[in-house]
Design a protein around this ligand. Structure first.
Ligand code: SF4
Ligand code: SF4
Length: 139
């Protein structure tokens, strides 16, 4: 009898999405582009170890519904071949993301806080600089 694998009792968790690295956002426009990704269904964006990723929740067309097996196992892409149960979606447990956005609303809130704070800081810096300049003039 063939040795039982962890995958035998899994619903093919790793075949139900893919994630791709994206550029780390820098300014408001970059964040707004990510907000646009997040307007789409089944898209999430997460940050892990400082790197940003887009996650597309979309089942592989070769994952069989009835038993969650790969129907092209012998010629599956190398990215699937390299994936091991030692560190997989079933065995790794919950992800520990630094940031995780599941829709555009969350990004909107994040941008509001991030950029409003920056604006406030800049405004304070400007006021401080003006105060200093006024003091110098008085001397
Ligand atoms: S590699 Fe892990 S997540 Fe993928 S099917 Fe096997 S047990 Fe499930
Ligand atoms: S090709 Fe097979 S192993 Fe690879 S994601 Fe699709 S179902 Fe999973």
């Amino acid at each position: 009898m063939a040795k039982k694998s962890l995958c035998d009792d899994c619903s093919g968790l790793c075949c139900r999405y893919f994630a791709l690295p994206i550029e780390t956002p820098d300014d408001w426009d970059d964040y707004d582009d990510i907000r646009w990704y997040l307007c789409h269904r089944d898209i999430t964006v997460f940050v892990e170890d400082g790197d940003w990723y887009i996650n597309v929740k979309n089942k592989c067309r070769h994952l069989r519904d009835k038993d969650h097996r790969c129907t092209i196992y012998e010629k599956r892409p190398k990215i699937c071949r390299k994936y091991h149960t030692k560190e997989c979606d079933l065995t790794e447990g919950e992800y520990d993301y630094e940031l995780h956005f599941t829709d555009d609303k969350q990004m909107e809130e994040y941008m509001k806080i991030k950029f409003d704070n920056n604006v406030t800081e800049k405004r304070k810096d400007k006021q401080r600089a003006q105060k200093k300049a006024r003091k110098k003039v008085k001397k």
